[in-house]
Ligand binder design. Structure first.
Ligand code: ADP
Ligand code: MG
Length: 454
């Protein structure tokens, strides 16, 4: 674009934008405000699409715009500053679509959805495959949703909000069923409490009943609130009877949520209940790649694997690590990023999580998993099982701790550091080759470590 624009315009309008996603011939451009978007669309979209066509050797490329909610403060009003997705393509005539778009934008705002959550930018992998597939089924076929209600449960930062919002966004974009509403459960409780107080609860119920799709996030929050649960039960019934789709998330399986009304539990059981679990190594690496691509930031494989090996609790933290590296990189005038520098920058983030983990604990967890005596890890026994357990334990010590191979060797019956490196290398190779047995063992053990060392 720089070639086509005078410098001032380029600096003011193009420089602050970012390409955050590319899928085939569509790119998504994040712009700082609606003003930027309107201006770029009016003045430069044609030339931008032409350039894109040329770069992608395609004649139908498209640009989508995403307004960054963090910088779009134009109206100083929270409602108005919600992100909006607007579609634009070379042949869309601006005047014709203008009216429609404004109408759509208004409708979209009412959904309270965030457009940055889509199926396209969600990495499928071990841990979320079923949740993803079921969510996608519902979104693809909302008229005859195979699962109603659908409830996704699981730990913090594992993509529940992302998935349920992706359902809402897809239904809004692809179908005429665009009366979608996303509610966080505390908002929902507030609305109920207030409407009871103002004696407008019937009106509130009518408002909800008309929705095609209603998404309530983190329902565990209203578990102990009897009145809200009671109202929710009736609201649930009427939405359900009106063929509305109900989408829910919670931190635990409904049966394990304390004080959740039995009637609600049995309603939830009529639909689909599915979970999200922490992603495995490969999925984590793919997420890191995606998140860095979204920032237009290239992380090499070594750094990607370092993050994937060391941050394994939740995806939000993976994202945090990528952001931390990225801001450090931009602050340092884009000086090239080495693995050593990445380790330094991430030290706080990683060691903080590792305070409770040590060699001894890894040995406990591994021997427990293999159901062998811990002493065997230190012994000279070489049966396959013990040798595997020992090698995995050594690998975990090298990747999860900041210990040296010397000290790890010392804790494994005084073995030499080269034995540790050799064993660790072997396991890394098996994981790279996706050896099914070792990969499964590794993921299971890592999962236990995550549970025990949070
Ligand atoms: P939860 O609601 O389960 O606490 P979120 O949906 O808020 O988690 O996810 C936390 C962050 O991690 C979000 O920015 C989300 O986009 C991202 N995220 C989680 N899982 C994935 C995934 N599989 N692929 C891409 N991004 C993910
Ligand atoms: Mg959430």
């Amino acid at each position: 674009m720089k070639k086509h624009l005078v410098e001032g315009s380029f600096n003011a309008f193009i420089l602050p934008t970012k390409i955050i996603l590319r899928s085939e011939n569509k790119i998504t451009m994040m712009v700082p405000s609606r003003m930027h978007m309107d201006f770029i669309k009016a003045q430069y979209s044609k030339v931008a699409v032409e350039i894109l066509n040329e770069l992608l050797s395609d004649d139908k490329s498209e640009i989508k715009y995403l307004i960054d909610p963090d910088t779009n403060f134009e109206l100083g009003n929270e409602e108005e500053s919600k992100t909006v997705f607007v579609h634009n393509s070379e042949n869309a005539e601006v005047p014709k679509t203008e009216g429609l778009e404004t109408q759509n934008i208004a409708k979209y705002k009412k959904t309270k959805l965030n457009p940055k959550y889509t199926f396209d930018n969600f990495i499928q992998g071990d841990g979320n495959e079923i949740a993803y597939a079921s969510a996608f089924q519902v979104a693809k076929n909302p008229k005859n949703s195979p699962y109603n209600p659908i409830l996704i449960y699981g730990g913090v930062g594992l993509g529940k909000t992302h998935l349920v919002q992706a359902i809402g966004n897809k239904i809004f974009n692809d179908t005429k069923m665009n009366s979608v509403l996303y509610l966080k459960s505390d908002q929902f409780v507030n609305d109920i409490v207030n409407s009871i107080k103002d004696k407008t609860i019937d009106k509130y119920k009518d408002f909800l009943k008309e929705k095609d799709v209603i998404i309530i996030d983190d329902i565990q929050f209203f578990a102990r609130r009897e009145k809200s649960q009671e109202e929710f039960f009736h609201i649930f019934e009427s939405i359900y009877q009106n063929d509305g789709i109900i989408i829910l998330t919670s931190d635990f399986h409904p049966k394990e949520i304390h004080d959740l009304d039995e009637r609600l539990i049995s309603r939830f059981l009529m639909g689909l209940i599915t979970d999200v679990r922490p992603p495995d190594l490969e999925t984590r690496a793919a997420i890191i790649k995606l998140k860095s691509e979204e920032l237009g930031f290239d992380l090499n494989d070594e750094i990607t694997m370092y993050i994937a090996n060391n941050i394994n609790t939740n995806v939000r933290e993976l994202e945090g690590a990528v952001r931390t590296l990225h801001s450090n990189y931009t602050l340092n005038q884009n000086e090239s990023l080495t693995i050593q520098k990445a380790k330094d920058v991430l030290r706080g983030l990683i060691s903080q999580k590792k305070v409770t983990l040590n060699i001894d604990k890894i040995q406990d967890i591994v021997s427990d998993y293999f159901q062998i005596k811990k002493d065997l890890l230190m012994s000279k026994t070489r049966t396959k099982e013990v040798a595997d357990a020992r090698a995995i334990a050594m690998y975990l010590c090298t990747t999860q701790l900041n210990s040296t191979t010397q000290s790890i060797g010392a804790h494994f019956g005084g073995r030499d550091h080269s034995t540790v490196s050799h064993a660790a290398k072997k396991i890394q190779e098996l994981l790279n080759e996706k050896d099914p047995e070792i990969s499964k063992i590794y993921d299971d053990i890592l999962h236990t470590i995550n549970l025990l060392t949070y």
